[in-house]
Design a protein around this ligand. Structure first.
Ligand code: G3P
Ligand code: CA
Length: 311
């Protein structure tokens, strides 16, 4: 496993550097499984249980979505708010946030993670919403996630909602860059054993990490047809090393895969889940189609154990 990771790290490092200096790739890395919010098909997303299972299932990368606590600690959380994946409504019934952008669930109340300190967030249960057997799982800090995964799998952090934090005078990108550097994750010797790829829907965030963390590959996420034109792909390649369209977009424009490769961008897609009904008999068949028929390089899946390593 350690040797595999070193090889993968070396390939990813060369891939990132190659894309930065616009050098055509000579060797394609193997297809890569990214555990979406951990092995979230089986365990509550973004918990240590989910991340541990992802590694047991041999995911190449584990994905943390990143949010920021009130006291500026990066935490692993998909939603900006806490009510879907924690018992915040029980623990802090009198602390819903005002004027939260986006759609509310249930009683309409929402609890922004950014309104709570890390000490308060650690009081929440992040497992029992999924199943009582996961009661006691906690919100995980990005540092705790790094400490768990480093040396065993790659890291694939997503900068979620940087503009929300900006509106609250919080520089999420800066907090992220500082933590990456504090851990030395951008150094070539670290990238060889623990590859890391940064992802975001936020173009400004990707442009900033291209400057602040140039050794780390970075992937621009999109749901927009407008990002798939040749001109746009060429522009993306000036600051990103890869593009990650959602799978429906690739299915609609399968020609974008060779065009993106020609622009020296990797192609990743999301999200492949055994619980979703699709036109494929199994999620393994669906992943196989995107990887080996359409030719994408990597994908996010809730079921890393179903990832097809070959056609
Ligand atoms: O980050 C890739 C994929 O995870 C995007 O979807 O909403 O699960 O973060 P989401
Ligand atoms: Ca994500």
């Amino acid at each position: 496993m350690a040797n595999n990771l070193r090889l993968l790290g070396a390939v990813m490092f060369l891939f990132g550097v190659g894309a930065m200096v616009n050098v055509p790739l000579r060797a394609q890395p193997a297809k890569q499984a990214i555990a979406h919010r951990g092995a979230s098909g089986y365990a509550p997303e973004h918990t240590l249980a989910s991340y541990r299972l992802a590694m047991e299932q041999k995911a190449d990368f584990v994905e943390p979505d990143l949010a920021v606590s009130r006291d500026n600690v990066l935490i692993c959380l998909h939603d900006d708010t806490l009510e879907r994946t924690t018992n915040v409504a029980e623990v802090f019934p009198d602390r819903p946030s005002a004027n939260v952008p986006g759609r509310a669930r249930g009683n309409g109340k929402r609890w922004l993670a950014n309104d709570f300190t890390i000490a308060e967030l650690k009081r929440l249960d992040a497992g029992k919403w999924r199943d009582p057997k996961f009661a006691g799982e906690r919100i995980v800090t990005f540092q705790e996630m790094i400490d768990l995964v480093r040396g065993h799998a790659g890291l694939y952090p997503e900068l979620k909602s940087p503009q929300l934090y900006k509106s609250r005078n919080v520089d999420q990108v800066n907090l992220f860059v500082d933590l990456i550097k504090k851990n030395g994750l951008e150094r070539p010797e670290s990238l060889r054993t623990t590859p890391i790829i940064i992802q975001s829907f936020d173009e400004e965030a990707i442009r900033r990490v291209a400057i602040d963390l140039p050794t780390i590959p970075r992937v621009f996420l999109t749901s927009s047809d407008a990002d798939l034109t040749d001109a746009r792909l060429k522009e993306l390649a000036t600051f990103a090393t890869g593009i990650a369209p959602e799978k429906a977009l690739i299915a609609k424009h399968p020609d974008m895969v060779p065009r993106a490769h020609a622009a020296h961008l990797t192609v990743t897609s999301w999200t492949f889940s055994a619980s979703e009904k699709t036109s494929f008999p199994t999620v393994r068949d669906e992943m196989s189609h995107f990887l080996y028929t359409l030719g994408i390089d990597a994908l996010f899946t809730n079921n890393p154990d179903q990832f097809p390593r070959r056609p």
